[in-house]
Design a protein around this ligand. Sequence first.
Ligand code: GUN
Length: 293
Amino acid sequence: MVLLDGKKTSQEIKNELKLAVDAIRQQGGKIPHLAAVLVGNDGASETYVASKVKSCEEVGFGSTLIRLDANISENELLQTIERLNKDPEVDGFIVQLPLPKHISENKVIESIAPEKDVDGFHPINIGRMAKNLPAYIPATPYGILQMLERYNIETSGKHCVVIGRSNIVGSPMSILMARNTKIGNCTVTLCHSKTQNLEEFTKKADIVIVALGKPEFLTANMVKEGAVIIDVGITRVEDSSKKSGYRIVGDVCFDEVSQKASFITPVPGGVGLMTVTSLMQNTLLAAQKRVYQ
Ligand code: GUN
């Protein structure tokens, strides 16, 4: 079994990004700048946004964090987005999800200029991705593709089962794995909460990508010997033995599934670290105008 090391792979990519920033600086070009909008103070969102800002610092990007009160009106948020759309200093920005219930996520996402939508959530970017046109690929799926690529995992002709159909991970992942691209060309089955006899699908899968947010959901009896296992889960589970009071648990029962897997991502230290790095890569693409000329 080979551990798909997100820490090592994301560090390699960050080193490449640092070199790209150095080259831009030497040529007197504009340093990439990412802005993040955080509405309210959800604990997990705070952690994610902080790690995005920290990663910007690490690779030498500029960053701006815009904090808005949980009670802000939808209109005020839309005005903030409009400002960022027009700000020439900001190459790309994200609005951290989830948003408070009184704000429409769809309306917010659709108000982001597609050329600055480094999360790749705008329908134009999703459509371009599906058509295999230049697009920002959502950060978690992009990170998974790069992990598969850098570990030379063959995907062509394989059966890939994706569990979970979220807009952020499962749905784009299923599209990407079926595309006619180097990492792609899979026969894809997208399973979700209404799938019957889930293990009939997972047992036949060469690659299983689990993104449903249920701790230790995928067990050894559900997978075939030699399968590639990608665990997207990051659930906080109470643990009084930890200083923070919780530990992070994936969607895969790692101890038992790792004994059957050919490749597997750990949690933590797997997909999560790749997600932030992929967002940095999208920000570089935005600054270099390589997706939208
Ligand atoms: N919430 C959970 N994952 C993400 C993400 O990748 N981007 C944004 N904007 N919000 C999220």
